[in-house]
Design a protein around this ligand. Structure first.
Ligand SMILES: [Zn+2]
Length: 180
């Protein structure tokens, strides 16, 4: 299931700590536009803490994900951790404080649109975690350092270097022996 929606009055004064296991299907769906996906069967988790600051809610936590996506250099899958911590301050949606009169248009300034808010006394953790995952998923993932060599690399350049004697040299050796 998706991360829960937490009711404001379910947050105790001392704060609320949650350890969430993020369902693969949920992650897969939200990551699909990015080309990334949860890696293998590893547990994908997030720890989240909610603290009340008056009517504002401080949401902090960290992601513990292992994702995979095609490497931009060699197109082979590359796995990478997504594990940053985050902190958001949410305030009650402005409409709640200043209800518009019927027929009155509510003007949204750019400032207000950028403000993180919650509505109806609900903190939708799915919404905020989704945003964090998308923010931290690399757009152009690639292998750290050298990409691993393709599996079907021709080995001719390597053969003959070891203890095996080049056939041409072997012939010379035989000739020398005959001279003696
Ligand atoms: Zn690569």
């Amino acid at each position: 299931m998706a991360p829960p929606i937490v009711q404001l009055d379910a947050i105790p004064l001392e704060g609320l700590s949650l350890d969430l296991t993020l369902e693969h299907g949920w992650l897969r769906d939200l990551l699909e536009p990015t080309g990334a996906a949860p890696a293998g069967d590893r547990a994908q988790t997030a720890s989240v803490r909610l603290d009340l600051q008056g009517r504002e809610v401080l949401v902090s936590g960290s992601l513990h994900l292992t994702l995979q996506a095609p490497c931009v250099a060699c197109l082979e899958p590359v796995q990478f951790p997504v594990g940053q911590s985050f902190q958001l301050l949410l305030e009650p949606a402005a409409v709640k404080n200043t209800p518009a009169r019927p027929g009155e248009e509510v003007e949204l300034t750019a400032d207000e649109l950028d403000t993180d808010t919650y509505t109806d006394d609900k903190i939708d953790l799915g919404h905020w975690l989704r945003e964090q995952v998308l923010l931290e998923t690399p757009v152009h993932p690639r292998h750290a350092g050298e990409c691993p060599a393709p599996l079907n690399v021709p080995e001719t350049s390597v053969a003959g270097r070891g203890s095996a004697v080049d056939p041409r040299l072997a012939v010379l050796k035989t000739i020398n022996l005959k001279k003696e």
